[in-house]
Design a protein. Sequence first.
Length: 74
Amino acid sequence: MIKTSKPIAISDPARRQTVIYARVSSKEQEKEGFSIPAQLKLLKEYAAVQGFAVSQEYVDVETAKQTGRVASTR
């Protein structure tokens, strides 16, 4: 898993914080319209509408159907 951004300073401590996780199973799936940038854009827009402040983003390009996946860390 790749951490794609540094924590963001939040000016309003009452604002709810969230973490974004975007994932595709394969490079082919990513090319077919399920791109990471499209997912991140959608998730950021949703978070803004719901009043969340995005503190971190994580990205994965791995299948869930095979054993031996790389261990995810924060």
